[in-house]
Design a protein. Structure first.
Length: 307
């Protein structure tokens, strides 16, 4: 009996020591911060277990209107690297403050090198053009200096995005460069699969137009020959006259797909859907499972080929 008790005590000590080591290792890992969950999807696959990764914008929260709390900014200041999307919502202002107050935090613009589109101030005068798949159908203002940050809606843009993340990791930890490069190769294969899947789904879709509450799929539309029309007007709910204009446009283009992002009001989407006989779908472009959500969106759009 004494022999069994001794063995049990040794096992318990081994588990305790092992658990303590794991917690200590975790606590000692450097911290990386990203703005949104799709970034965490990419960074976790690149960095493996080398870092802890923190996301600033909680799920279900709009990054356009999010204001980080003081505690969030304190955690951000502890990061080795802050990977910002580009100029999404608060990023530009808070990145400048971070640079002033926490000079040791490396700030990486993940959208550097991506051909950015005109931005998110909406102007429905643009939606009547005839340029399929181009920004004139996004319902957005083409004013100089206003850029659309939603690059993660296109796998083709995200190839550059992922490369920017890789370069920052290699520079920060050159001893692990080959590990990060191999992870990047595997991630690039996944991006290619998503790209080819979207191409196959969308090429033969009967309609290439859709309506969305907030224009977060501009890069998807540009890169896959689609037309995006937004319900929002200059960042606000549309007036009755603007809603009527959108309904008329939906009938003209025979649109039967409306998207409303998670956390946004469904009411205006429901009104338009009833008026034009379209189906309304709730989507989550900020979902961590970036690949699954894009394929789901493309599958919804591709269903029109059978109608």
């Amino acid at each position: 009996m004494q022999k069994y008790l001794s063995i049990l005590l040794i096992l318990m000590l081994a588990v305790a020591c092992g658990g303590g080591s794991t917690n200590s290792d975790k606590a000692e890992k450097p911290l990386l911060t990203v703005t949104i969950e799709p970034q965490r999807y990419f960074l976790e696959q690149l960095a493996g277990e080398d870092y802890r990764i923190n996301t600033l914008v909680p799920p279900g929260t709009s990054p356009e209107t999010y204001e980080p709390s003081p505690s969030v900014m304190i955690d951000l200041g502890k990061s080795a690297i802050y990977f910002r999307v580009g100029d999404l919502g608060f990023e530009k202002v808070w990145s400048a403050r971070l640079a002033e107050n926490n000079a040791d935090v490396k700030i990486v613009d993940c959208s550097a090198g991506i051909e950015l589109m005109a931005g998110v101030s909406h102007d429905h005068d643009h939606v009547h053009g005839d340029h399929a798949g181009h920004t004139d159908h996004s319902g957005q203002d083409h004013s100089p200096g206003v850029l659309d940050p939603h690059v993660w809606s296109s796998p083709r843009a995200m190839r550059i995005f992922a490369r920017n993340m890789l370069d920052a990791l290699v520079k920060a930890n050159p001893g692990r460069a080959e590990f990060y490069r191999e992870n990047h190769r595997l991630l690039s294969d996944k991006i290619d699969v998503v790209d080819s899947t979207l191409t196959a789904l969308l090429n033969d879709a009967a309609s290439h137009s859709f309506i969305i509450y907030h224009p977060a799929l501009s890069y998807l539309a540009r890169d896959y020959g689609l037309r995006q029309h937004s319900i929002e007007f200059e960042g606000k709910n549309p007036s009755p006259a603007q809603l009527k204009e959108l309904v008329d446009l939906a009938r003209q283009e025979e649109i039967n797909t409306l998207f409303v992002q998670r956390g946004f009001d469904l009411k205006n989407g429901e009104v338009i859907a009833r008026e034009v006989g379209a189906e309304l779908f709730e989507i989550d472009p900020l979902r961590y499972e970036w690949d699954e959500e894009l394929i789901r969106i493309a599958t919804i759009l591709s269903r029109q080929r059978d109608e």
